[in-house]
Design a protein around this ligand. Structure first.
Ligand code: ASP
Length: 597
């Protein structure tokens, strides 16, 4: 069954050749006794023609074939009659007159419309996942996975060319606190003990630096038992990296190069050779987000100083209570209707904003507002100038605790951009966000947590502040790479001084015993000569999806889980035999299951 060509290959130059093709029947039409079949494989589609006048026998067999039959044909390439060419198809200038046909396999009617375009594919997600092997036949999904495969090749090439070693780390690990929830695996030979699946190979890659491997990378499977969203999966793949003897600028420089050499090549564009770097505080102030979408301006401004001088209670009280007032000039939005403003008010309420103050900038830059009586004309003009509003703009303000005012305004900025169509899907704006806070206070836990992870180094100039116990103002040598408002990667310079590491654990509320029990091996390793080191990880699927302008990573993973972390195709997770549980020394604490047992 030798194929001479694939189904995406034949061109005008092949006219007159005898060829053999194999593939799936994408579509079959019977036009006045002549049968036309679009034959499909990974490479494309070719039209093949069964004419009873050319070969009555073959035509008779062809009459039986249906969509998704697997067939093998041999025939002669001919030019399509004038006017019948299909410009949308790479092979659209020709078709094949069939002389021989073999049905390799029949197919039931597919529950999934394989040749539908993405927009026409309306089946619900679980149904698609149930028949994923058919869903995966769709050319637009195949395209995603083939692209990811090409991307991975470029990733490997980059790392090998730059002196990185590809080293595997365990999938059965020790469960450690301070991360997301672990997936646990019970040990049969160690009753009552559990492995954890890695949330990332963080500690192993640091140990590889201590071992002296200098530069490491791995395409690593990671597992996190978190609530799921479109861009989250319980298992996902990271491009995981660690480097010795580097500072944060050197890590970012290396990945500026990565963006040029890998993303630039695979997606055929020219990224900036040096990606801009912005401190976390600036990002939060100007864009209300630590992953700002910089495809458009719409900068946010702090107007607390002006606001507190007014008689407007909403502003005054917020600032008096230690909060902030943030403002934004929505360019060309002066004519937003009451309904639009109400919708925006409801929208920012989801992010904690108690209200949305709005003012219109009319002719000659005059500010018009329903709350005008609480401000002098000078104050209104000062607000307008502070946020750089001009005639034709709508001014928006949000007052509240700094975090709320910042993030709610950041969301408003995105929403205004969406309404005004400012998020150009063709643009690619990269930015490094640097100097993240080292710690973040968790209301639910009632304590400080590591914002990145507990192995992250504080900024050297903030070390003393941290040792003195000022956690609020301590920033870290941590950085994220953001593309079009999506965090595609992130990492940090690590602590390599065991005393500093011990101190950070202590500040995070771990007792000496807990540190010994959970991280003892790790802390010990640093006592035997640890080089300064740092690294980062990219979300593989997220990079590819974002580069393709897609939000969901699911269409870039061959066999993803649904939003309940299960797989409708093979019904995983599933119950297991009591005998298996007994082997694992596990009993299920659910009434239903106990009854069954
Ligand atoms: N392990 C980190 C993460 O998964 C990345 C890093 O710091 O290298 O987010």
């Amino acid at each position: 069954m030798k194929r001479t060509h694939n189904c995406g290959e034949l061109r005008k130059e092949d006219i007159g050749k005898t060829v053999s093709l194999a593939g799936w029947v994408d579509r079959r039409r019977d036009l006045g006794g002549v049968i036309f079949v679009d034959l499909r494989d990974k490479f494309g589609k070719t039209q093949v023609v069964f004419n009873p006048e050319r070969n009555a026998e073959v035509h008779k067999i062809a009459d039986k074939i249906r969509n998704e039959y697997v067939i093998y044909i041999t025939g002669e390439v001919q030019a399509r009659p004038e006017g019948m060419e299909n410009d949308k198809l790479a092979t659209g200038a020709v078709d094949v007159k069939v002389d021989k046909l073999e049905i390799l396999n029949e197919a039931q009617t597919s529950p999934i419309e394989i040749n539908n375009a993405k927009e026409e594919s309306k089946e619900n997600d679980d149904f698609r996942l149930q028949y994923r092997y058919l869903d995966l036949r769709r050319p637009w999904i195949q395209k995603n996975l083939l692209l990811k495969s090409r991307f991975l090749k470029a990733v490997y090439d980059f790392f090998y060319a730059n002196g990185f070693e590809n080293i595997e780390t365990p999938v059965l690990c020790k469960s450690t606190p301070e991360g997301a929830r672990d997936y646990l695996v019970p040990s049969r030979v160690n009753p009552g003990k559990f492995y954890a699946l890695p949330q990332s190979p963080q500690q192993y890659k640091q140990l590889l630096m201590i071992a002296g491997f200098d530069r490491y990378f791995q395409i690593a499977k990671c597992f996190r038992d978190e609530d799921l969203r479109a861009d989250r999966q319980p298992e996902f793949t990271q491009i995981d990296v660690e480097m010795s003897f580097v500072n944060q600028d050197e890590v970012m420089d290396m990945f500026d190069q990565f963006v040029t050499d890998v993303l630039g090549k695979v997606w055929n564009f020219e990224p900036p050779r040096h990606i801009r770097r912005m401190k976390w505080h600036e990002a939060m102030l100007k864009y209300g987000s630590d992953k700002p979408d910089l495809r458009f301006d719409l900068e946010i401004h702090d107007v607390s100083e002006i606001a507190i001088q007014s008689n407007f209670g909403v502003f005054k009280n917020a600032v008096a209570a230690g909060g902030k007032v943030r403002g934004l000039a929505a360019k060309g939005c002066v004519d937003f209707t009451r309904k639009q403003i109400d919708d925006l008010t409801a929208y920012v309420a989801k992010y904690g904003a108690k209200g949305l103050v709005w003012m219109r900038v009319k002719e000659n830059d005059t500010v018009e507002t329903q709350v005008g009586k609480f401000f002098t004309t000078e104050q209104l003009n000062a607000l307008r100038d502070a946020i750089e509003a001009k005639e034709g703009d709508m001014m928006f303000f949000i007052a509240g605790p700094e975090k709320v005012a910042a993030t709610a305004m950041g969301q408003l900025r995105l929403e205004v951009a969406r309404i005004k169509g400012l998020r150009d899907p063709k643009k690619r704006e990269f930015v490094w966000i640097t100097e993240f806070p080292m710690f973040e206070y968790s209301e639910t836990e009632g304590r400080y947590m590591a914002m990145h992870h507990p192995f992250t180094n504080p900024l050297p100039e903030h070390l003393q502040m941290m040792l003195d116990g000022n956690l609020k103002d301590c920033n870290a040598e941590a950085y994220d790479l953001v593309l079009n408002g999506v965090e595609i990667g992130g990492g940090s310079i690590r602590i390599h001084d065991p005393k500093v590491q011990e101190k950070v654990f202590r500040l995070l509320g771990l007792s000496e015993e807990q540190v010994r029990d959970k991280f003892g091996f790790f802390v010990d390793a640093f006592k035997f000569g640890a080089p300064p080191h740092g690294g980062l990880a990219f979300g593989l699927d997220r990079v590819v999806a974002t580069m393709e302008g897609q939000e969901s990573i699911r269409d870039f993973i061959a066999f993803p889980k649904n939003t309940s972390a299960s797989s409708p195709m093979d019904q995983c997770p599933s119950e297991v035999d009591v005998a298996q549980l007994n082997d694992l020394h596990v009993s299920i604490n659910m009434l239903d299951n106990q009854k069954k047992a």
